[in-house]
Design a protein around this ligand. Structure first.
Ligand code: TRP
Length: 326
């Protein structure tokens, strides 16, 4: 089970960090992938963009290979049991631990004028998403580790206070080191909130991709053979490893080690390989986004699958708590 934020555009970091994992998981597991539209209300009180955002995130995930026939792909707000479990889990969550959550403290700092209770209990809603399907594997990045630990705590408290209902959920990846997708300005990784020009979005036009890559930081090149690589040059090689062929990478590595590399040529090659990777996803997502009837159908199908699992869990939950009076 995993949740997909509905704010912001998907970028290369999302693809290699998360979506690619989802696509692989769908072949081996029963999967629930949910668009976290309710979570977005904690930070985005203006809901004008909600519908286009939800449509886009669905379309982009499907364009990347997520198959709504194989998984339950649904919107959080369509599965009302989420709200019920959230309410019940709130009795097991303590004010102190919620206030200590890193993401909460960050949000308080960024938006001191909107510290609402939904923001404080964001991890409880996330735990409800996961536990609603009694999921144990949650494909998420490192930034979600604390939220997952809290989900485990809520699950354990529930099991101890009432009755064993929930397995402990853990972050999941396919046992590979997490891939870092470096940003194009030589600092940190691609992200939707940092420098927009240093991040490649799955919706970027061919031209924009070319412009962004040609602007990536380089220098005059190594002054002697076999020099160590500066970070920002290594980053360009890292990006190449994601989208270019092995012989292309080898050629530029050899050029670098001979101190004969031409960064202009390397970036041109990277731009073309990047376009070959992004353009089909962008075009497919665009055509899905146009097809409102299809989007409606897959949302209904996803919600139906999610509700079956949610209803079964909630039966166990109500029984365990003692909310059965006849
Ligand atoms: N908090 C997650 C994020 O910011 C999104 C999310 C919501 C989620 N519910 C979830 C992730 C359940 C995993 C499981 O990316």
């Amino acid at each position: 089970m995993s949740g997909i934020r509905s704010t912001g555009f998907l970028h290369l970091g999302n693809y290699f960090g998360a979506i690619r994992n989802y696509v692989r998981m769908q072949e081996e597991y029963t999967c629930y992938f949910m668009v976290a539209d309710l979570h977005s209300l904690t930070t985005h009180p203006d809901t004008k963009e909600l519908k286009p955002n939800v449509h886009r995130v669905l379309a982009e995930n499907i364009a990347c290979g997520l198959d709504p026939e194989k998984v339950a792909l649904y919107c959080q707000s369509h599965v009302y049991e989420t709200a019920e479990l959230y309410l019940l889990l709130n009795m097991l969550a303590y004010k102190g631990e919620l206030e200590k959550t890193t993401t909460f403290k960050d949000k308080v700092r960024q938006h001191p004028e909107n510290v609402n209770a939904g923001l404080l209990t964001y991890p409880v809603l996330q735990a409800a998403d996961i536990l609603l399907h009694r999921a144990s594997l949650v494909p998420v990045g490192k930034d979600q580790e604390q939220h997952l630990e809290m989900s485990r705590n809520f699950a354990n408290r529930f099991n101890h206070r009432y009755r064993e209902v929930f397995p402990e959920p853990f972050a999941f990846n396919f046992g590979e080191a997490l891939i870092k997708v470096p940003s194009l300005d030589g600092t940190g990784k691609m992200s939707k909130s940092e420098n927009q020009y240093a991040t490649i979005f799955l919706s970027d036009s061919d031209d924009l991709i070319r412009k962004k890559i040609m602007k990536a930081k380089t220098d005059a090149g190594p002054s002697a053979p076999n020099m160590p690589m500066p970070d920002y040059i290594e980053n360009i090689f890292l990006l190449m490893k994601l989208v270019s062929g092995a012989d292309t990478i080898q050629k530029f590595e050899e050029d670098y080690n001979k101190a004969a590399i031409r960064y202009g040529d390397m970036k041109k090659q990277l731009a073309e390989d990047m376009i070959r990777f992004v353009a089909p996803i962008r075009e497919k997502a665009e055509s899905i986004r146009q097809d409102q009837a299809y989007l409606k159908r897959i949302m209904e199908m996803g919600a139906e699958k999610a509700r079956i699992s949610a209803a079964a869990t909630m039966e166990k939950v109500r029984e365990a708590i003692g909310l059965k009076y006849y």
